[in-house]
Design a protein around this ligand. Structure first.
Ligand code: PRP
Ligand code: ZN
Length: 286
């Protein structure tokens, strides 16, 4: 038996494209034909298994897959013995209770005694219990949003991302019960060989994410402005300062975080920076 790391990802749905995109950005190549269930990498000791997202925690727990990418909503709902290895930060969504738009809503107490359709009975009942409420939970596996209009339930508890599914079914969100994002899960009993491959994968994922959140910045400044400018720029260690051909001038190179990007640019200009270039980083090895 080979010791490829078997990575389960969603076959089709909200997570599939970003999951596959992340794997590719990690430099792991696959021949992905449509309708395939399994695909081996040509340049990394791994194979992809394309599965229904709801089944991924179970397959990882049973060892059919070694790791998987799923929404935290599915992970918590399925409650399988797997390890949450890493939060991936994409496919952010919330699990919410929604009722018909025409109905009045005064607060959480209004949920008392309602019938609520959901694919997330565990998360919903935990939430109701925490708030001392009783409701009649109807577990259904798909198309939850149509339940009120066909008279199956008074309310739904379902995943909301853009909100367009609720909107087009005449529903309004009234309570958020759980916030979710994609996570990487792993079987807790991986052998050393597979754990080693997982560590390599995690290292690559972190480098890809760091690169996405940071930009490389280059600027020119008169030498007397350099102390103020290097004070503004953090850099991975400290900024690189190199002399320009024109005497009395230098070029400064550094890395800045996307979050405080515009503040830093404003401060740099005030400090005398000119010819500022900001370029994307392909990979950032931490
Ligand atoms: C969820 C939910 C809605 C949709 C909401 O499905 O059931 O159908 O996403 O998204 P919106 O707010 O952007 O319209 P999900 O992809 O989680 O479905 P699955 O259960 O089929 O995996
Ligand atoms: Zn699903």
């Amino acid at each position: 038996m080979n010791s490829n790391l078997r990575i389960a990802i969603q076959k089709s749905g909200r997570l599939s494209e970003d999951s596959l995109g992340l794997i590719k950005e990690c430099g792991i190549q696959f021949y992905s034909g449509s309708g395939k269930l399994k695909s081996e990498s040509s340049n990394f000791p791994a194979e992809l298994l394309f599965l229904r997202d709801d089944d991924i925690p179970g397959y990882v727990a049973d060892g059919v897959a070694d790791v998987g990418i799923v929404g935290e909503n599915v992970l918590v709902e399925k409650n399988k013995p797997v390890t949450l290895s890493y939060r991936l930060g994409f496919s952010k969504c919330r699990l919410s209770v929604a009722i018909e738009r025409s109905k009045e809503y005064h607060g959480i107490g209004d949920l008392q005694g309602l019938s609520i359709a959901t694919s997330y009975p565990r998360l919903l009942s935990g939430y109701l219990e925490k708030h001392g409420l009783r409701a009649d939970i109807h577990e259904i596996s798909g198309s939850v949003e149509i339940a009120p209009s066909i008279g199956l339930a008074d309310a739904v508890c379902d995943i909301v991302s853009s909100g367009s599914t609720l909107m087009s079914n005449g529903l309004k969100e009234v309570e958020v019960i759980f916030r979710s994002e994609a996570v990487l899960i792993a079987n807790p009993g991986l052998d050393d060989a597979r754990q080693n491959i997982l560590d390599k994968l995690l290292f690559r994922i972190k480098s890809v994410q760091a690169a996405r959140n940071n930009k490389y910045i280059l600027l020119n400044a008169p030498n007397d402005a350099i102390p103020a400018i290097t004070g503004i720029l953090p850099g991975m260690k400290s900024p690189t300062v190199v002399p320009l051909a024109e005497s009395g001038w230098s070029s400064v190179h550094s890395v800045i975080n996307e979050n405080d990007f515009w503040n830093i640019i404003d401060n740099l200009r005030e400090a005398g920076a000119q010819g500022i270039l900001v370029v994307p980083i392909e990979k950032m090895i931490l």
